[in-house]
Design a protein around this ligand. Structure first.
Ligand code: CO8
Length: 258
């Protein structure tokens, strides 16, 4: 792959968007490579958490590729949007937890990419925004939907209507990012977080994610019923038996299995 790099550190995968000359802007080719990488990750049962970041120290992803979009026909724009949305839905639908390590500009499609992840950790130089209306378009990779769900409709509307860029501090204040850290320690902090997730019972963690995501779109009664089912399902795993026995025997378990 030319525009994506992929690395596995124990049970954590790191995907890097790598077009630094264009501030990691997403063109069709990069989106297709991203899709292939996500499909591979989906099939790999030894990956327990995924980190997505951008190459270099200036940009996470500065948006969809404006050069490529500038001459698109309506048909091509639709295809581009379908491709991007399909890839972003796949990221959002991964059962393993995903963390966006936002290492600089996260604008337009870049902000939208971070919104597909479960957790966003930003470096102090990170900047977020949905500047699409300044380019005569709307967000096209789910920004109008996911941003409102994460920070609330009123704040999302303000950001999307104005196209205003916000810094990492403001992003943290409005709940867009979980934490802001110095740029030089971003990957260490993110890897610590990813490892602290990956050391837990993998199936239980996946089930928690699926339950939270499904619960957002259904009424509380349906959500609670779903949680009861996944809770019960855990009792069919070796990990539940081992972990509870280990607690009672006052010993530590080396590694979860399921
Ligand atoms: N697309 C293509 N190239 C880009 C992009 C981009 N989004 N962002 C930066 N670049 C390129 C620049 O053109 C420049 O290339 P070159 O050296 O060949 O001129 C190189 O990256 C470096 O950028 P700058 O010189 O501009 O760097 P600055 O430090 O001066 O500025 C900024 C950094 C502020 C990030 C600036 O580059 C910028 O404003 N970029 C565009 C940000 C933006 O508007 N993003 C949103 C794009 S729209 C979008 O993402 C829609 C998503 C949904 C699509 C749905 C399709 C249907």
């Amino acid at each position: 792959m030319e525009n994506i790099s992929f690395e596995k550190r124990d049970n954590v995968a790191i995907l890097k968007i790598s077009r630094p000359k264009f501030l990691n802007a997403l063109n069709s080719e990069t989106l297709r490579e991203l899709e292939m990488a996500i499909d591979d990750i989906q099939k790999d049962k030894d990956i327990y958490a995924l980190v997505i970041t951008g190459e270099g120290n200036k940009a996470f992803v500065a948006g969809a590729d404006i050069k490529e979009m500038s001459n698109m026909s309506v048909f091509e724009a639709r295809e581009f949007s379908i491709l991007g949305n399909r890839v972003f839905r796949k990221i959002e639908g991964l059962e393993i937890p995903t963390i966006a390590a936002v290492n600089g500009y996260a604008l337009g499609g870049g902000c939208e990419l971070s919104l597909c992840c479960d957790i966003r950790i930003a470096s102090e130089n990170a900047k977020f925004g949905q500047p699409e209306v300044t380019l005569g378009i709307t967000p096209g990779f789910g920004g109008t939907q996911r941003l409102a769900r994460i920070i609330g409709t009123s704040r999302a509307k303000e950001l999307i209507f104005t196209g205003r860029m916000i810094d990492a501090k403001e992003a943290e204040k409005i709940g867009l990012v979980n934490k802001v850290v110095p740029q030089e320690s971003l990957m260490d902090e993110v890897m610590d977080l990813a490892n602290s997730i990956a050391k837990n019972a993998p199936l239980a963690v996946r089930m928690c994610k699926v339950a939270i995501n499904r619960g957002i779109d259904v009424d509380i009664e349906t959500g609670i019923q779903y949680e009861a089912e996944i809770f019960a399902h855990c009792f069919s795993t070796e990990d539940q038996k081992d972990a509870m026995a280990a607690f009672l025997e006052k010993r530590k378990i080396d590694k979860f299995k399921n």
